[in-house]
Design a protein around this ligand. Structure first.
Ligand code: F6P
Length: 363
């Protein structure tokens, strides 16, 4: 059968295990030899025990676990030709020519570079005498398929990334817990929420928790935000509200690119209104814990589709990423999505905020 390997790369996210499980089980079902690559690209470069063959039971009892049981890493060695050459050798020696990469846009770009570089890497390995010409011929082409695992929902081309829904649940539980203590003491709470350069988690949490105010990178406030914020908080209090909840995305900035931090917002409120104010930074709690039903199912569906895509791939097939589109797991061009995602990042940097939001589309 075909040799398929699965790895998780970059920051972990809830639901990655469901995806890994689906790749293994669907792979075995269609008659492939399936391998885990542990510790992301680092494991691919290092080889040895990091690349192990999987069987049906090796993915039992993992779907409910957070994180990724096969480990993840942000790997430097894979960025160099030398690292990629070692990785290629490790795959060839195990008969692996199909890769499922679960990670963010950086990890998927890396996979595509590897795919493009593959024939040259094999040529180099033949020259060095590390693989035979026969092996070079047999394993001449590398197929890749991507899946996006990220709590940030920051990838263009999919409605949801694996992990976002669980992170949102975690945030909402935390905000609800904070709200009850805030209510008792008539306090104002500022919560810092993750999401790197994407405000999806903040916006969704804000709507779902009746927050009074929020700051996100896609909609930096004008310079007089302290006054507007305080007016809003005061008006809520004057209508009988006993508490205030403010959500600050970790990447929030103002229109001059000055970061807006939870502590900075607290200072404004204390100085101008004298409200009893506290800050809670949710941090990695958002990325931990068991995945929601949605993320488990999303991982399953995407994982299964990823294997089907690999089974049908030919050297002419453009690499794809599995995306969720209108509740269907579908294949979309990998590099098209990566380039669009990078264009969004550039638009944010260049203060073209509306363009960035437009380009992100439904996600
Ligand atoms: O991309 C996922 C994410 O959790 C972001 O929300 C956050 O900015 C970043 O990763 C944190 O990275 P690290 O785990 O390296 O601290």
């Amino acid at each position: 059968g075909k040799g398929i390997a699965v790895l998780t790369s970059g920051g972990d996210s809830q639901g990655m295990n469901g995806a890994v499980r689906a790749v293994v089980r669907m792979g075995l079902y269609v008659g492939a030899n399936v391998f885990f690559i542990k510790e992301g690209y680092q494991g691919m470069v290092d080889g040895g025990d990091n690349i192990v063959e999987a069987n049906w039971s090796s993915v039992s009892g993992i779907i409910h676990k957070g994180g990724t049981v096969i480990g993840s890493a942000r790997c430097k060695a894979f960025r160099d030709r030398e690292g990629r050459t070692k990785a290629a050798k490790n795959l060839v020696k195990r008969g692996i020519t199909n890769l499922v990469v679960i990670g963010g846009d950086g990890s998927l770009t890396g996979a595509n570079l590897f795919r493009q570089d593959w024939p040259a890497l094999l040529q180099l390995l033949v020259k060095k005498g590390e693989i035979t010409e026969e092996e070079q011929k047999t394993y001449s082409h590398l197929n890749i398929v991507g899946m996006v695992g990220s709590i940030d929902n920051d990838f263009c081309g999919t409605d949801m990334t694996i992990g976002t829904d669980s992170a949102l649940h975690r945030i909402i539980e935390a905000v609800d817990a904070i709200a009850s203590t805030a209510y008792s003491h008539q306090r104002c709470f500022i919560l810092e929420v993750m999401g790197r350069h994407c405000g999806y988690l903040s916006v969704s949490a804000c709507l779902a928790c009746e927050a009074d105010y929020m700051f996100i990178p896609e909609s930096p406030p004008v310079h007089d935000w302290p006054d507007l914020l305080c007016q809003k908080l005061e008006s809520e209090r004057s209508m009988g509200q006993r508490l205030n909840i403010i959500i600050v995305a970790e990447g929030a900035i103002d229109q001059q690119d000055v970061p807006i931090t939870a502590e900075g917002v607290k200072k404004v409120i204390v100085d101008k209104l004298g409200f009893d104010t506290r800050v809670t930074v949710l941090g990695h709690v958002q990325r931990g814990g068991s995945p929601s039903a949605f993320d488990r199912l999303l991982g399953c569906r995407m994982g299964a589709e990823a294997v089907l895509a690999l089974m049908e791939a030919t050297p002419e097939t453009e690499p794809c990423v599995i995306s969720l589109d209108g509740n269907q797991a579908v294949r979309v061009p990998l590099m098209g999505c990566v380039l669009k995602t990078q264009a969004v990042a550039r638009a944010l940097q260049d203060h073209r905020w509306d363009d960035a939001v437009q380009m992100r589309g439904r996600s």
